[in-house]
Ligand binder design. Structure first.
Ligand code: AMP
Ligand code: MG
Length: 420
């Protein structure tokens, strides 16, 4: 049975997650709902957004200036300004004679006779006459965006399966969408396990721990457009675990457990999943924190297989495992195509210790300077240290060294960073 299988290198575990996410994204059969445009922000489109007319709908001036014929600007001598066009108006002044031009504002439709717009800053004006300033050349097409150059009527401006960002809201509004169809939020069961856990609002005894992971996971689920379904913490008891998983599986699209997947005597999550017919795709990944993470499918009677994750209970392990493994599956269930954890490269401040047999993800601070962004690991006490992690905005990646020797990346090294 695969439960006893060895932890996989990070890249292999990530590849399995990608493959399953691809399968789930293609599966379809998720419901849609119509939402008003702003409500749809952060959700995944269940329809193509289509340009209802050419964009721009007319040849648009991108500058305040003078619309005219480039060939005439190229000849010596002034041009006569025969009229003025504001944004929101169209030219009704009739034919424009040779060596005539029209004063025009940004966003106004360039009259048909003109093939360019000279910026107001680039002309000398005397009364009703203008001339290009000395040494300035203007080409046909300059400062004009032709009708349909950005999108032609009927073109897909944003395909189904795209998560709607502020940019997406912008293009949707420009095409007249007051409402858009989005995929239903996937329901994600969140089951925290552990005899030591108490709920928010209860006073923990000296030896007890507040259940923070359920809230962390709920927040992460919501950020990706899922609907967290929270249950009270489950005791470290085989029957209680099986019952809780069975209930969760009946009503949710994904089951995420926290705690109980390590080697302890009361780590009973894997046997419970196995007893319910769970098929494990990996049991452990060579990452730190988060090594005991498990991923698999519950293959119930007749229904599509239900993905599940068992995340180690250490709070930072939970956060990292969610970002690396749960997020791509959740995004796929939400209908999003091509989601992947976001990595960037940055210059290291301080040091980063690499450990044999592990890809490490260490809470870190990334500075977002326009040039030379750098990253520094925050001081922490290990994978239970939420106080340190709350100061972090990313995880610096210490790659798994080849062979059995550890190593150290030093100040100035270029390292990968997982954006949180
Ligand atoms: P486990 O993975 O069950 O062995 O738990 C590892 C560590 O994480 C222990 O110190 C637990 O007390 C802690 N832990 C487990 N579950 C949670 C939770 N839901 N919230 C906060 N800490 C937890
Ligand atoms: Mg436990």
């Amino acid at each position: 049975m695969s439960v006893a299988a060895k932890p996989l290198p990070y890249q292999e575990a990530a590849a399995i997650v990608r493959e399953q996410a691809g399968r789930l994204a293609a599966q379809g059969s998720r419901g849609r709902e119509e939402l008003s445009l702003l409500e749809a922000q952060g959700r995944v489109l269940a329809q193509d957004l289509v340009a209802d007319r050419d964009q721009p709908p007319f040849a648009r001036s991108t500058r305040d200036g003078f619309a005219g014929r480039a060939a005439e600007f190229a000849q010596a001598g002034p041009l006569e300004v025969v009229g003025l066009l504001r944004a929101g108006e169209c030219w009704t002044g009739g034919a424009v004679p040779e060596r005539g031009c029209v004063e025009i504002m940004t966003g106004a439709p360039v009259p048909a006779f003109a093939d360019c717009v000279v910026m107001v800053e680039h002309v000398e004006r005397r009364g009703t006459e203008i001339a290009l300033e000395a040494g300035r050349v203007i080409k046909a097409g300059e400062n004009v965006v032709p009708a349909g150059a950005e999108a032609s009527a009927g073109a897909v401006v944003l395909p189904e399966g795209t998560r709607l960002t502020a940019h997406g809201v912008a293009v949707a509004a420009s095409c007249g969408y007051a409402q858009v169809a989005v995929w239903r939020r996937p329901r994600v069961a969140i089951l925290s396990t552990g005899d030591e856990l108490v709920e928010l609002g209860e006073q923990p005894l000296a030896h007890q721990i507040r259940n923070s992971n359920s809230w962390t996971l709920a927040a992460q689920v919501r950020a990706l457009g899922g609907e967290p379904v929270l249950a009270p913490p489950v005791r470290d008891d085989a029957a209680a675990l099986e019952a809780a998983i069975r209930t969760a599986a009946a009503t949710c699209d994904l089951v995420v457990l926290s705690g109980g997947v390590s080697m302890g005597k009361y780590d009973l999550v894997e046997p419970a999943l196995e007893a319910l017919g769970g098929r494990f795709l990996f049991t452990g990944a060579r990452i730190q924190p988060g090594k005991p993470v498990v991923f698999g499918l519950l293959e119930g009677s007749g229904q599509a297989a239900l993905p599940f994750f068992g995340l180690p209970g250490n709070p930072v392990s939970t956060i990292v495992c969610f970002a690396l493994f749960v997020a791509p599956v959740l995004a796929a269930l939400a209908g999003e195509r091509g989601y992947a954890p976001r990595f960037v490269q940055a210059r290291l401040r301080g040091r980063l210790e690499c450990k044999p047999g592990l890809t490490r993800f260490l809470p870190a601070q990334l500075t977002h300077a326009i040039e030379g962004g750098s990253v520094e690991v925050v001081a922490w006490q290990g994978s239970g240290d939420l106080a340190a992690t709350a100061q972090a905005n990313c995880f610096a990646v210490a790659p798994e060294p080849e062979g059995q020797q550890g190593g150290v990346l030093v100040e100035g090294a270029i390292v990968s960073v997982l954006l949180a």
